[in-house]
Design a protein around this ligand. Structure first.
Ligand code: UDP
Length: 313
């Protein structure tokens, strides 16, 4: 059994990972300041004897009593809508939050995992993106608060590894979806599903020819656990390589929800990446992991959650 701190554990991805870690027999301590996370996501494990929860802003000093085997730093404002509302918090959690959690890991002699992002590749000029692609990021652009905070986070982790020999993992996570994404998250799958279920027009940005590759959350969690179990100290892509256009996604969601909604086109946000798809060669070779849940199956598992949320709202 390991004793594991998870920052951002009340978030969409964090809560699924915490459940998997509890299930695997570990002790889990969550810290979250609930800017985007919601404790309701943790309701199935909240009272578990191996689970504890602290409301804390991890950009401030972090105190944890006792030993820690792992620090998993997931806290982040990962939705473009949220990070554009809170650009300073976004930069702080990637920079100061990464610094504080690294310092904690060093003190506790714990291993460290950081959830970085495909956004470190910016608006990529190569597709799919391998880990050695250096990216096309505008440091003063509208997405820079997110992209640059994660790039800085990776750099800081590299420094702690080099200077303090910290045992580190860096997962570059591509678009992920599933139950517990917030309906007001603004990202494309919750937005389209909500619109389709409400019979509203689906708001496709631009012509919808931009692409994304969507990974179902259980695959992502398995990838992160495989990364923890590995010895890969360098960044590694985790996602699903099944690349779709946004227009295709809109049509698919209308079809699977049996909706009468149409599609409307809105302006594309500035510097919205045109393509995105993970090159998983490294993950498949070094983690012996690959995603197995198709977009169709993943949507089938996700839509009932949004239906319940809509009924409650
Ligand atoms: N998008 C869209 N309509 C929406 C929300 C998003 O067409 O109502 C597009 C967005 O412009 C982008 C893609 O869907 O091209 C994925 O956006 P999302 O916010 O989910 O995440 P991103 O991959 O950009 O971080």
């Amino acid at each position: 059994m390991s004793r594991i701190l998870v920052t951002g554990g009340a978030g969409f991805l964090g809560s699924h990972l915490c459940e998997a870690l509890i299930e695997a027999g570990h002790e889990v301590i969550v810290m979250d300041n609930q800017v985007s996370g919601q404790t309701e996501n943790l309701q199935d494990i909240f009272h578990h004897e191996r689970f504890s929860y602290y409301e804390h802003d991890i950009t401030e000093f972090i105190h944890v009593s006792g030993e820690l085997d792992w620090v998993l730093h997931l806290a982040s404002l990962a939705s473009p809508v949220f990070y554009k509302q809170h650009p300073i918090k976004t930069l702080k959690v990637g920079a100061l939050g990464t610094h504080k959690t690294l310092g904690l890991a060093k003190t506790k002699d714990a291993s460290y995992l950081f959830t970085s992002t495909s956004e470190v590749y910016g608006d990529p000029e190569v597709n799919p993106q391998p880990e050695d692609y250096r990216g096309n990021v505008d440091p003063y652009g509208p997405r820079s608060c997110y992209d640059e905070s994660k790039r800085y986070g990776e750099s800081l982790i590299r420094a702690y590894r080099d200077e303090h020999d910290l045992d580190v993992r860096v997962a570059r996570i591509f678009n992920t979806y599933g139950p517990r994404m917030r309906l007001d998250d603004g990202r494309v799958i919750p937005t389209f599903v909500k619109q389709a279920l409400n019979g509203e027009e689906l708001t496709v940005h631009g012509e919808g020819q931009q692409t994304r590759s969507f990974c179902y959350v259980s695959d992502l969690v398995e990838g992160l656990v495989a990364l923890m179990e590995s010895n890969v100290q360098t960044p590694i892509n985790i996602g699903n390589p099944d690349e779709r256009t946004i227009l295709e996604l809109a049509e698919k969601i209308i079809q699977v929800t049996d909706s009468s909604s149409g599609i409307t086109h809105e302006p594309r946000p500035p510097q919205d990446p045109t393509v995105r798809r993970p090159d998983l060669t490294k993950a498949e070779a070094e983690l012996d992991w690959e995603p197995t849940v198709s977009l169709e199956t993943g949507l089938d598992r996700t839509i009932p959650y949004f239906e319940r949320q809509l009924r409650r709202s």
